[in-house]
Design a protein around this ligand. Structure first.
Ligand SMILES: NC(=O)c1ccc[n+]([C@@H]2O[C@H](COP(=O)([O-])OP(=O)(O)OC[C@H]3O[C@@H](n4cnc5c(N)ncnc54)[C@H](O)[C@@H]3O)[C@@H](O)[C@H]2O)c1
Length: 424
């Protein structure tokens, strides 16, 4: 069996996760180099994968200056740091696994897609939900014609109010200028899944959404700038940073993000609460991304699709697909089965699914799924429908940019026109 040599750029949460899964498939993957500025994360990867010290770098530039030394370049830097290393890796002829979003702007997404197709390299964007059991099952049921012709889909992404506060208020993705817009960074998965399930072209897009709750006006009376500064609401506030980050020792995800440390000691957490946004009152951060947004889409054959991304819930994804012969309901948060209702027989059929999209991540098995599938794809053994070519990812990212344009301009975007304009 051929082992794919992999270089990792960005050993944060996602980089550590994918390379951990690759280690579990050590007959398929070998991590041979890492670029990561934070010493603790770089060292963690070096030790875990027994990488020689001279193959560990503080930045992606010296690593890529070595030329093409592996089969696959895995890029897991933050949204605004995807484009430059990805373009260089493409120039070198690397196949890529690139974290979503492709890049924070339409222009960069289009330029990267063109560069990859011109060079003839494979660029797999990590829209991991495509590889989860629930969405693979939905795709199969639709493609088998179980619902007849699909007429409409309602899909909701419930971000979860505490998850919103952690990632999209205090955290990496709270401010557009540091990351990207909310729909792109959080829901490019969902828009991608909806287009993939339908297999149809998008015709029109419209979106509404605002940041309404996590703002200074909504700060409770008497709340200080930081939660540890004697907040009178500390006992009952669901966002109390001391409780979320310091007291809850089990939440490695939150503590790791706040400290940027693999080994998140109480001392490091305490420092983060004093010095970083993770200790701030959620109503007094520099966040500007929306906390709720809807997108209406019209696809070919008059298929209507509504999507809602929303912070005000416990979390989870729910989908309702309606066809001429049946309907499907499914949830990616509870492990409850997919339910298909057949109008002719008046019978319900249930399909058990594995994996949930819980707070600890994993994306319902999607993370494992993409790592296993990319191996098959790059070694020529793949005949599934999950992996998108970069052109398909670009098309679906473009729907997101068109939705953002609609939200900003208050217009309905004619997507055919929009897409042909950006490709001129
Ligand atoms: N596919 C998914 O479901 C999913 C889920 C969460 C996040 N993401 C995306 O994954 C990406 C990474 O997210 P994360 O949570 O791992 O972020 P992170 O901040 O934990 O990791 C990013 C890492 O990149 C490193 N880095 C910064 N500059 C670098 C440089 N010049 N060279 C090499 N490394 C550098 C940082 O030090 C950091 O460790 C983001 O784009 C995010 O939107 C995807």
């Amino acid at each position: 069996m051929k082992k794919l040599k992999v270089i990792l750029i960005g050993a944060g949460d996602r980089g550590i996760r994918y390379t951990g899964l690759m280690k579990e498939m050590s007959d398929k993957y070998d991590i041979i180099a890492v670029a990561e500025p934070l010493e603790n994360r770089r060292e963690f990867i070096r030790e875990r994968h027994s990488i020689p010290s001279d193959m560990c770098f503080e930045d992606w530039r010296p690593l890529l200056a070595m030329g093409k030394i592996a089969d696959l370049c895995l890029i897991c830097t933050m949204d605004r740091d995807h484009f430059a290393p990805a373009m260089k890796a493409i120039e070198l002829g690397y196949d890529l696994m690139l974290e979503k979003p492709i890049a924070p702007t339409q222009e960069e997404c289009t330029a990267l897609t063109k560069a990859a197709t011109d060079k003839g390299v494979k660029v797999v964007i990590c829209t991991v939900l495509r590889y989860s059991d629930v969405f693979l099952t939905l795709k199969k049921l639709i493609d088998e014609g179980r619902l007849g012709k699909i007429m409409s889909i309602n899909h909701e992404e419930c971000v979860g109010i505490v998850h919103q506060s952690h990632s999209f208020v205090r955290g990496n993705w709270g401010n557009t200028s540091r990351s990207s817009n909310m729909l792109l960074q959080k829901s490019c998965h969902d828009i991608d899944i909806l287009q993939w399930l339908l297999g149809k072209k998008c015709k029109k897009v419209q979106s509404f959404g605002t940041l309404s709750y996590f703002t200074r006006e909504n700060a409770p009376e008497g709340s200080p700038e930081r939660c540890h500064e004697g907040c009178p609401h500390g006992e009952t506030c669901p966002f109390n940073a001391v409780k979320l980050y310091y007291d809850d020792k089990e939440n490695g995800w939150f503590r790791g993000a706040a400290t940027k440390h693999v080994y998140h000691t109480d001392e490091l957490v305490e420092r983060a609460l004093h010095e970083t946004l993770y200790g701030k009152c959620v109503f007094k951060c520099d966040n500007d991304v929306v906390d709720h947004q809807t997108v209406n889409m019209l696809f070919e054959d008059n298929v209507t699709v509504t999507f809602s991304m929303n912070a005000f819930n416990a979390g989870g994804r729910h989908i309702h697909i309606m066809g001429t012969e049946g309907e499907i309901r499914a949830a990616l948060d509870s492990g409850s089965p997919i339910t298909v209702y057949d109008y002719k027989t008046k019978c319900y059929t249930e399909y058990d699914i594995t994996g949930t999209d819980g707070v600890v991540g994993g994306h319902g098995g999607g993370d494992e799924g993409i790592v296993a599938t990319v191996y098959e794809y790059l070694t020529g053994d793949y005949n599934g429908t999950s992996i998108p070519e970069i052109e398909e990812s670009h098309y679906n990212h473009s729907i997101v940019f068109a939705a953002e344009k609609s939200r900003a301009d208050g217009t309905v975007v004619d997507f055919d026109n929009y897409f042909s304009e950006i490709n001129k």
